[in-house]
Design a protein around this ligand. Structure first.
Ligand code: NAD
Length: 313
């Protein structure tokens, strides 16, 4: 299979490219290295350093002639989206349009977009399902929701199949503390350097943390499945990629403490305004249509993550 991965030098993208190459795929990576790193890129992948908004994108994608395009390149920081919503929108919405148009021009069979639990905002129900109301509370969530619409707008008329994969909080090796879901990376990098980690709020707030290898296996399943993924209806092409299990921030910090044998303390500070109290996403639709389920248990995922941060030090 020929696959083009935007953002393939980043946290999730680099793990995906390793898995695709390992499975025998021919992979092209497009990344401007704004947050990604060349060290992350598998040597067997063709690498093109390019901004997805650059006019050269279309020619490059047409030349690579991928069967599947996985669009991961994005502005990923919630804080940066609040500080500069215009830039967030440009990269995440217009960038997605450029990638979708280039994919359609290249004759790709399917486009997979990295979307996010942030499209739901404050949950109206738990667990969140793809049919739950989408009421983003931060510009990053709005731009991901708009990117989902742009995908449909460009690809439905072009008869290209597509899906928006709504990842919950992803963690694992190569994650940076600044990105979305960066709490694991933040705690791990502090614990290995002996700096006290801080939990904002009581620590009882929960998230659906998912190990990066599980997200990668979901993307691979979505790339390979034969049936169309863009089902009719507004939520038809959306798939939660999650464990369905809530983990409190305190449980997470304690799990990392065990994995890293961190002897120090963990501090508490006041809750941050706008933080959702509980979030968990049902993965049932992905299980049914992609034949996929998250398989890595939390302590094993934290162990692998901790080992990587220790090695980096
Ligand atoms: N990490 C999470 O918990 C999480 C959760 C939900 C959704 N996502 C989404 O998954 C995707 C990957 O996120 P990640 O955590 O691996 O982040 P990341 O920052 O490690 O990866 C993003 C990659 O995209 C590249 N990039 C950014 N802007 C670009 C541009 N204009 N042109 C070309 N390349 C560009 C960066 O250099 C980087 O390599 C993103 O779309 C993100 O929104 C991540």
């Amino acid at each position: 299979m020929r696959v083009l991965v935007t953002g393939g030098a980043g946290f999730i993208g680099s793990s995906l490219v390793h898995a695709l190459v390992g499975g025998g795929a021919e992979v092209t990576v497009v990344d401007d290295l704004s947050t990604g790193s060349m060290d992350n890129v598998h040597p067997a992948a063709a690498f093109r350093r390019l901004d997805i908004l650059a006019p050269d994108l279309r020619g490059l994608v047409v030349e690579a002639s991928p069967e599947v395009v996985v669009h991961l390149a994005a502005q990923v920081s919630v804080a940066a989206s609040i500080a500069d919503p215009g830039r967030d929108r440009l990269i995440n919405v217009e960038g997605t349009r450029a990638v979708a148009e280039a994919a359609a021009a290249s004759g790709a069979r399917r486009v997979l977009l990295a979307s996010s639990a942030a499209v739901y905002g404050e949950p109206a129900e738990l667990p969140l399902r793809e049919t739950s109301p989408t009421r983003p509370a931060v510009p990053y969530g709005s731009s991901k929701l708009a990117a989902e619409s742009v995908l449909a707008e460009v690809l439905r008329p072009a008869a290209v199949d597509f899906a928006a994969l709504r990842f919950s909080n992803v963690y694992g090796p190569r994650q940076r503390a600044e990105g979305e879901g960066g709490v694991v990376a933040e705690f791990a990098s502090r614990m290995v350097t002996g700096v006290t980690p801080t939990i904002f709020g009581s620590g009882t707030q929960t998230r659906d943390f998912i190990f990066v290898a599980d997200v990668v296996s979901a993307i691979v399943a979505a790339a390979e499945v034969e049936e169309a993924l863009a089902l009719p209806g507004p939520d038809g092409p959306a798939y939660n990629i999650s464990t369905g299990r809530p983990t409190s921030v305190t449980m997470l910090a304690e799990g990392l403490r065990v994995a890293l044998r961190y002897p120090g303390t963990i501090e508490h500070a006041e809750a941050r305004a706008g933080d959702v109290e509980h979030s968990v996403l049902s993965p049932e639709k992905a299980a049914e249509h992609l034949g996929w389920r998250a398989a890595v248990d939390m302590q094993r995922g934290l162990g692998a993550t901790g080992a990587w941060f220790t090695h980096q030090r």
